[in-house]
Every structure is written in structure tokens, then in C-alpha cells.
Write a protein that binds this ligand. Structure first.
Ligand code: NAD
Ligand code: MG
Length: 298
């Protein structure tokens, strides 16, 4: 692995500036059918024992950022449980084999995060399957663009909040009693929390909520020795973008307005999660780590 994440590189060209062809799939999308297929670090991520013996639950761990985080965590020495939707089994199996190839245990538990009972069962399955839990990554998300508020259905508004905010709340609430001091929780916000695209009204609103949730919860749990932080990705090439997450005709230009001039790959997000999950970030609490190709944030 000569081009791993530690290689000296030019960030503008470490990954190609892609112009994805116009393409569309039904939600939640199958990553392996995308053109180009996002890079989750399969051939590049090199672990160095930073999460040795840890036990992690990652929602939406079948693809995109969550998939890249699962691969990185496993290569850093963690056992990993992932959640995903049943129709994503193919992508999930790709990640399971990556985790197992790293010599770690994988728990795959499909279901719909909009369902509270599933969220509670997921935490249970992770705790039982991994024989404990000390990292929770809330990463799954719903993003469907709608140009006009009049066309944004009550149903979509509700489902975006259920997926992005309620599921995060249900899962973290159920997980906390299992987390001993030293455990870490990482939420997934977005550049949308600060720079709202007008056609992502519901989505941007949830991402602001996630950011605030993580900062309030961080203050609540710090005195108990549990650290909460967030990662705020910028434009990242993933299935979200080809499942009505972004206007299809604008896909070839996706991410090109970032100061680095390109969209990011999920593999470029994973190290931020590794940092926040591991003990090396022991004094970092209630922070949002922006990984967005250079757009300034408050
Ligand atoms: P992705 O499509 O690869 O991952 C999202 C995952 O969410 C899916 O794989 C799916 O398993 C899960 N999911 C969605 N609805 C669900 C439901 N009802 N039940 C169970 N699982 C469900 O896309 P991604 O870009 O890697 O997204 C991961 C996170 O990153 C999301 O929270 C997203 O908002 C955030 N994010 C992405 C970008 C970007 O540009 N890609 C930018 C900022 C933030
Ligand atoms: Mg997926």
C-alpha cells in the first residue's frame, strides 16, 4: 500500500476531480452500481492499532462515509456492528468482508431506523454480538432535494427527521447505559448545518439539529467520562447524491465549488472519525470536525 493516508500528497489531486455522469437510483441506492464507485479506502487505509480492542456500532455502515469508517475502524483493531436497510445487503456484505479480512468481528443488523423498536434492537444486537460497546457512530441519513417548500411533503419532512434526528436520539439513548468512561459518540452533521442549499430545506434543518444535539449532549456526558463530538462532511461522493439527494443534472459539477476544486471520497472522511473515536482525542469534547475541502465554517 504505497498510497495510504500517510503518503505525502497534493490534496487537490490525491483523488481525481470527478465529473460523475447523470445517473439516478431509487433510495437508498446500491453503491456498487454507481459510476464511479466511491472509494472507501479498501486499497489504501492503513491501520496502526489506534482502536485496538474497541467495539463500535456504525449506522449506515454499508456504504459511503459509514462504510469507510467501518473499514478504518476494523483496520485500527475494532470489532464493528453495522446497520443498513435490507435492500442494501450487497453493499453491507462488501463491508462485512472488509471487516473480517482485517481480522475483526463483524455484526450486520439490517432494518429501518425510522422504527424505534428496530433502533433499540440494533443497540441490543451490537452489545450482544460484540460483547460490549464503547464507540457509537450515528451516520445514517436521508437527503432528498425538493426545490419548493410547497412541494416538500409532510411525509418527507417527517421521514428526514425520523432518520437523521430521532433514530440518532433513540440509538444513543439506548446505548449510553452500556458505555463506560472512555467511550466515544460521534454524530454526523454536514456543511449544510452552516451553508444551506435552498433545495435541502428539511435535510439542512436536521443537520443543524444534529450539531446542536451533539454539543448539548457532550456537556451532559463529559462529567461521566463519555466524549461526544461530530464530523461535518462537505460534498462527498456517495449513494446519497444519486438517489435524489442532489439535482441529477448538476451531478457532473458536484463538489467542484469547494476550495480544493473537487468532491471528497468517503475514504477521506474516515480518519476524522478514527481520531474522534480514539483516546488520542481525549481533550476534544463537543467539537465539530469539518471535513469539507476548505469551505470556512463558524
Ligand atoms: P450513503 O447513502 O452511502 O449512506 C447513508 C446510509 O444511511 C445508507 O447507506 C443507509 O444504510 C442509511 N439509511 C438511510 N435511511 C435509512 C433508514 N430509514 N433506515 C436505515 N438506514 C438508513 O451516503 P453518505 O453520504 O455516506 O451518508 C452518510 C452520512 O453523511 C449522512 O448522515 C449524510 O447526511 C452525511 N453527509 C454526507 C455528505 C455527502 O456529501 N455525501 C455531506 C455531508 C453529510
Ligand atoms: Mg448504502
Amino acid at each position: 500500500m504505497t498510497h495510504d493516508q500517510y503518503a505525502f500528497n497534493d490534496p487537490r489531486t490525491r483523488y481525481p476531480s470527478i465529473s460523475p455522469p447523470v445517473q439516478q437510483q431509487q433510495e437508498p441506492g446500491i453503491q456498487s452500481k454507481m459510476d464511479p464507485v466511491p472509494d472507501l479506502g479498501e486499497t489504501t487505509y492503513r491501520g496502526s492499532g489506534r482502536l485496538t480492542g474497541r467495539k463500535a456500532l456504525i449506522t449506515g455502515g454499508d456504504s459511503g462515509i459509514g462504510g469507510a469508517v467501518a473499514i478504518a475502524f476494523a483496520r485500527e483493531g475494532a470489532d464493528v456492528a453495522i446497520s443498513y436497510l435490507p435492500e442494501e445487503e450487497e453493499d453491507a456484505q462488501h463491508i462485512v468482508s472488509q471487516i473480517e479480512n482485517a481480522g475483526r468481528k463483524a455484526v450486520a443488523f439490517p432494518g429501518d431506523l425510522k422504527d424505534k423498536d428496530y433502533c433499540l434492537a440494533l443497540v441490543d444486537a451490537a452489545v450482544k454480538g460484540l460483547e460490549g460497546l464503547d464507540i457509537v457512530v450515528s451516520n445514517a441519513g436521508k437527503q432528498v432535494y425538493v426545490e419548493k417548500i410547497e412541494d416538500l411533503s409532510d411525509e418527507q419532512f417527517e421521514e428526514t427527521f425520523q432518520t437523521n434526528v430521532f433514530a440518532m436520539f433513540w440509538i444513543i439513548k439506548a446505548a449510553v447505559p452500556h458505555l463506560k468512561p472512555g467511550s466515544t459518540i460521534i454524530a454526523t452533521a454536514s456543511l449544510e448545518a452552516y451553508h444551506q442549499l435552498p433545495f435541502l430545506l428539511d435535510y439542512a434543518t436536521t443537520k443543524g439539529a444534529i450539531n446542536n444535539f451533539s454539543k448539548a449532549l457532550a456537556q451532559q456526558l463529559a462529567p461521566r467520562g463519555i466524549r461526544v463530538n461530530a464530523v461535518a462532511p462537505g460534498p462527498t461522493w456517495s449513494a446519497l447524491q444519486v438517489t435524489q439527494g442532489y439535482p441529477p443534472d448538476k451531478l457532473p459539477e458536484f463538489g467542484k465549488d469547494a476550495p480544493l476544486g473537487r468532491s471528497g471520497q468517503p475514504a477521506e472522511l474516515a480518519p476524522a472519525y478514527v481520531f474522534l473515536a480514539s483516546g488520542e482525542s481525549s481533550f476534544v469534547v463537543g467539537e465539530t470536525l469539518n471535513v469539507n475541502g476548505g469551505t470556512p465554517t463558524p
